[in-house]
Structures are given as structure tokens and as C-alpha cells.
Write a protein that binds this ligand. Structure first.
Ligand code: DLL
Length: 433
């Protein structure tokens, strides 16, 4: 089943003609309404009129997360605030990260993209969708919610957390589909087993899972434990939220990028050059239809590879392989995006700590764990145990307050952590997904 048959199955030529027309429009729009883009285009010596073919997109400059931060909070919006009906922000940051805005039409576009995603997963208006993505500034909850309503399905807006209640509702309401992160799907399965619930005999048939990297092995585990078909959904707040790309139930091999709304490129993260089709590279997206917050050549730092071969579902949209990693050091811990530099900032704000630390990320059963080991100064090291414990508590609290993640903190002796000659390796990620 295809939600938007016309646009999802356009012959490539027609799709590319549509993309070019929309690219020309968005280039004009940002050049004339957003000071940042006018300056960036001028510096690159390019004007919107230079876009004569799709390849000409390569003349346009990249946009990075730093550009978004520099223009915090609303500097890249292309419409007046009176036209903005919704704001979201990326998770797990001090707040000074990335804020995104939507017009009424953007919300409608996004809802349709999510409805498309659900239909690609085989869902219909007869489904009951248990939406365990977090509601709030994170785009997962409301994005999936509006999409489910657009489809006409019955949505259970359970949001994240309170696993016992989730398990009760899974049994009592009999939802046929679940939206959550893959690791939470596994956690639910595990907790259900512990409580003696037969998780395989629930009414669940489908999982629309994403927001963090996962693997084929994890998919098999989730499918076996919950007796569902687990499909991958990708997106990022900057581009629109979930619903940028979705795996179809028929192909179950790569995610269709909704190319009538986004142009996707893959680049070499070091040189910035576009890599040949099929080769691994960093995903770069340009939005074609967004009004409030159009983005030109946004560097996602997510690594993938594009597959142009036709898919058995009939969609002509290019597929991207599941995300294989990141070209920067961003960690996703229990669904929260965290940069080691943000943890460093918290540590440096506390007196008596040395700038030597190590972050150990692991998985306890199905849950991500974070341990922070940090060296204390000689002076502090000779303090009473109680003082040291207080410092540990303070670090854990600050990390939780500012970044939204729970961490176990361990103060270690001065000079006990490894030193590095080249690039410091501060993160030990023991998770195998
Ligand atoms: O995670 C949007 C989303 C919500 C996607 C619900 C899917 C489902 P952000 O919080 O801005 O937005 O985080 C975006 O999460 O750049 C990737 O690194 C990672 N990510 C998202 N989906 C996937 C996925 C939402 N399917 C960042 N596989 C992105 C791997 C993913 N990583």
C-alpha cells in the first residue's frame, strides 16, 4: 500500500524535474529571506539563478549544526514568528543547540510524511498505534502522533517512560503497532517477560522504530521477542523530524527517502566531495517544501549509503542503507543525543576537577549506561571521602539537569587516566548493537 501513490512512484525523470523546480524555489526563498544564507551564498559566489540543473546543488554551501547554534534560537527562520505554529528542539542539550519551527503548512507536510511512513510499514486506519516516543520538544512523539491521526488510525499517546503502565496498556488496549526506539522495544520485551506477560501473544504486529542506530541482529531479536515486523524510520529535527526516510514492509532493505520533499546527497566527511552512488558517505539533506525553516545542504554527520535500484514495493524513491555510524563523536544514550564536549563543559564548571576524563558507554541488558570517570586535583584527592562523594553527586546531578542523561560518576586519582599523544580517545563505547 502506498499513501501518496502519485508522488511516491513518479518516474525518475518527473521526480527530478519536480526536485529541480522546488530547489530553485527554495534557493530563492532562503536567499531573499534569511540573512545567513544571503551571506553564505555571496561568500561562495553563487546566486539562486545559478541553479540550472540538479547537479548545480553542489555549488551551494553546506549548512552545519554550528551554523544553527550560531543563529540560536530563531535566526534561520524564513517566516515571521506570527506564522510559526510549533517549535521543537533537539534533545539532550543545554538548550543552546538547535531550535526548529513549523508553519501550519509544515505541520501538514510533516503529518503526511509520517502517514506515508506508517502506510509503508503496512499500517491502515484500522490500526491502533501505541506511540511511546517522547512527547515534548523531541520531534518523535508529536511527529508520530500527527501522522497517525492523519492516517486515521487510533493513537495511544503514551509517550516515554513508566514501563509498567505501558505493559498494562499493551495488554488491555491491544495496540497493533508500536512506535519507540529499538532499545526501548527490547526493554519492554524484557520487562514483560519478567512480569510473566506472554509478549509474543499481544496483538502487536508492527514496530516503527528509530531515533537511534540499530542493527540487523537487533531487528531479529526484537521481531522474535515481540512477534512483530520491525521497521526502521529515520529523521532529524533539523530536517523535519521523523519521516525523512522509512523502510517499507515489502522490501525491508533500506529506507526510502521522501525525495519529493528532500534532496539527499552522500559526501566524503573529510573533503566534502559528493561520493559515487552506492558508496558510504555522510548524508546531506536539502529541504524542498519546508516554509518556516528551510535548510540547504545540511550535514547530518550520519553515515549511510544510497541505493538507487528499484524496490519491489513499487516506490521509485531512492533508499538509504540503515545508519552505520556518525562522522562526529555524538553519542545517543537512551535516545538522548549527547556530545562528549557537553559533558566536558559540565565537568570544567566544577572546581577541583582535572580536564582528564573518560566516558564509558555500555549496555546493561537492553538499557544504555554511561559512566563518567574523571580525575581530581591533588588537593581535592586528599580531602575526606565525604567531600569526594558530594562532588560525584554534583556531577551526576549537573549532567542530568543539563543534558538529560543519567550517569554513574567515579572520581579517580590524579594522573591515573590514559594520556594521548594525538587525538584524545575519551569515549569507550562497549555497546554492540
Ligand atoms: O531522533 C527524530 C526521530 C524520532 C527519528 C523518532 C525517528 C523516530 P533528533 O533528536 O534530532 O531527531 O536526532 C536525530 O538521531 O541525526 C541520527 O543520528 C539519529 N537517528 C534518528 N533516526 C535514526 C535511525 C530524531 N533510524 C539523530 N537510525 C540523527 C539511526 C537515527 N540513527
Amino acid at each position: 500500500m502506498i499513501f501518496n501513490e502519485e508522488f511516491e512512484t513518479l518516474p525518475r525523470e518527473a521526480l527530478e524535474a519536480l526536485q529541480l523546480k522546488r530547489l530553485q524555489q527554495v534557493a530563492q526563498r532562503v536567499y531573499h529571506t534569511v540573512g545567513f544564507y544571503k551571506k553564505a551564498f555571496d561568500e561562495a559566489g553563487v546566486t539562486p539563478d545559478d541553479i540550472q540543473s540538479l547537479e548545480d546543488i553542489r555549488k551551494l554551501p553546506f549548512t552545519t549544526k554550528q551554523d544553527l547554534r550560531d543563529n540560536y534560537p530563531f535566526g534561520l527562520f524564513s517566516v515571521p514568528m506570527s506564522s510559526i505554529v510549533r517549535l521543537h528542539a533537539s534533545s539532550g542539550t543545554t538548550g543552546k543547540a538547535t531550535v526548529v519551527g513549523y508553519t501550519k503548512r509544515d505541520i501538514d507536510t510533516w503529518s503526511r510524511l509520517m502517514a506515508r511512513s506508517f502506510v509503508a510499514a503496512g499500517l491502515t486506519k484500522n490500526d491502533i498505534i501505541h506511540n511511546a516516543y517522547g512527547y515534548g520538544l523531541f520531534t518523535g512523539g508529536l511527529g508520530a502522533h500527527y501522522g497517525a491521526e492523519m492516517l486515521g488510525a487510533s493513537v495511544v499517546p503514551i509517550s516515554g517512560g513508566n514501563t509498567k503502565r505501558q505493559l498494562m496498556i499493551l495488554q488491555d488496549f491491544g495496540p497493533t503497532a508500536i512506535c519507540c526506539t529499538p532499545s526501548y522495544a527490547l526493554y519492554l520485551a524484557e520487562q514483560g517477560d519478567e512480569l510473566g506477560i506472554d509478549m509474543r501473544s499481544l496483538k502487536l504486529r508492527t514496530g516503527v522504530l528509530g531515533a537511534e542506530p540499530w542493527s540487523e541482529k537487533m531487528r531479529q531479536e526484537i521481531e522474535a521477542k515481540l512477534n512483530i515486523t520491525a521497521l526502521d524510520i529515520y529523521g532529524l529535527s533539523e530536517v523535519i523530524g521523523p519521516g525523512v526516510a522509512m523502510e517499507c514492509a515489502e522490501g525491508k532493505n533500506g529506507l526510502h527517502v521522501f525525495e519529493d520533499h528532500f534532496i539527499v546527497e552522500t559526501i566524503d566527511p573529510v573533503t566534502g566531495n559528493v561520493v559515487p552512488n552506492g558508496q558510504a558517505g555522510e548524508l546531506v539533506f536539502t529541504t524542498l517544501t519546508k516554509e518556516a525553516f528551510p535548510l540547504i545542504r545540511y550535514r547530518t554527520r550520519d553515515m549511510s549509503r544510497l541505493m538507487k535500484e528499484p524496490c519491489r514495493c513499487g516506490r521509485t524513491l531512492t533508499r538509504m542503507a540503515r545508519i552505520s555510524g556518525r562522522s562526529d563523536d555524538m553519542l545517543i544514550i537512551r535516545g538522548v543525543n549527547v556530545f562528549p564536549s557537553q559533558i566536558e563543559q559540565v565537568l570544567l564548571d566544577i572546581e577541583g576537577l582535572e580536564p582528564h576524563y573518560e566516558l564509558i558507554v555500555d549496555r546493561d541488558g537492553t538499557l544504555d549506561t554511561l559512566e563518567i570517570r574523571v580525575e581530581v586535583s591533588e588537593a581535592m584527592f586528599s580531602d575526606e571521602v565525604r567531600t569526594l562523594q558530594n562532588v560525584e553527586r554534583r556531577i551526576a546531578k549537573d549532567v542530568k539537569d543539563y543534558l538529560g542523561v543519567t550517569a554513574a560518576v567515579k572520581l579517580v586519582e590524579p594522573k591515573s587516566l590514559q594520556r594521548f599523544e594525538g587525538k584524545a580517545q575519551r569515549v569507550v563505547d562497549k555497546r554492540s548493537i
